[in-house]
Write a new protein. Structure first.
Length: 277
């Protein structure tokens, strides 16, 4: 079967024990996943004999998510991890997939994400902002539940159509990132993911500004201009949890303009560091 590069087949693997926050955001989760490709396989792992997973049971049919039973043989121990990992490896070798979505904030899945990427698969992570940096870095892109929550309440999530300038195709979806201790890029000003930062706060975020300047420097032409979509793509390759929505801006271009330190050619979607003459 020939792979569709514009709509890669993905396996969505959900750790039910560590993702209770996403239960109320399940629609937003799958909407976000749809930007990356087709969720061909949808599985969730947990001990379904336990009452604590009852809320999950109510929403599984709506999104055709298949529950996988894993008994908690030892009280107090998370039984999900091993079942998910074994199933994931089976899928890696037997299913015609281009990528995997790991929905968990558990760093125990870091090695699994690395193994997928070693096999040439795309890996998209979804978890809480407090997810350990190791798991975030192991994924091609990592999205925070907190951003999905912002999308749900104020509608700042980009549709595929409105993101045309930022996302040449579904495999180049924008990334989100709030600044925190555990995230690859932390700001000196602690904020809630999705909380809009003003121009002064953005300009003072030295790590964010440095990241953008480095990306422009790496791919700019002789005049110092770089294509905005490629700048974002370069950032994402190095910092998987980056997303303009972490700073309260639906589009990467809006974030760039708000910072005020970059010259923007709106017509050609080019940007340049104002320090470069």
């Amino acid at each position: 079967m020939t792979a569709d590069n514009n709509n890669p087949r993905l396996a969505v693997l959900i750790d039910a024990d560590n993702t209770f926050k996403v239960i109320d955001l399940i629609d937003e989760l799958f909407e976000e996943i749809s930007k990356f490709g087709d969720a061909s396989v949808r599985r969730i792992y947990g001990d379904w004999t336990q009452n604590q997973l009852s809320r999950w049971k109510e929403i599984l049919p709506k999104h055709a998510i298949q529950p996988i039973q894993q008994y908690a043989n030892t009280k107090g121990k998370n039984a999900t991890d091993s079942a998910l990992i074994i199933d994931a490896m089976d899928l890696l070798y037997t299913a015609p997939l281009e990528g995997f979505c790991i929905v968990s904030s558990d760093s125990d899945f870091t090695r699994l994400a690395i193994r997928f990427r070693e096999s040439g698969k795309l890996v998209y992570g979804f978890g809480e902002e407090k997810t350990p940096e190791s798991l975030q870095a192991a994924c091609n892109e990592f999205k925070y539940f907190e951003i999905l929550s912002q999308n749900k309440h104020i509608g700042i999530g980009d549709s595929v159509a409105t993101q045309a300038e930022d996302i040449p195709n579904k495999s180049k979806t924008s990334l989100k990132k709030k600044t925190t201790k555990s995230a690859p890029f932390s700001s000196e000003v602690t904020t809630i993911p999705g909380t809009k930062k003003n121009s002064r706060e953005l300009a003072m975020d030295t790590k964010l500004v440095s990241l953008i300047r480095s990306a422009i420097e790496a791919i700019s032409d002789e005049d110092g201009f770089a294509y905005m979509g490629e700048v974002k793509k370069h950032i994402v390759k190095n910092f998987s949890a980056f997303d303009s929505r972490n700073y309260g801006y639906a589009k990467f271009s809006d974030l760039i303009k708000a910072i005020g330190l970059f010259e923007v050619d709106t017509q050609n979607q080019h940007i340049k560091d104002k320090r470069k003459k």
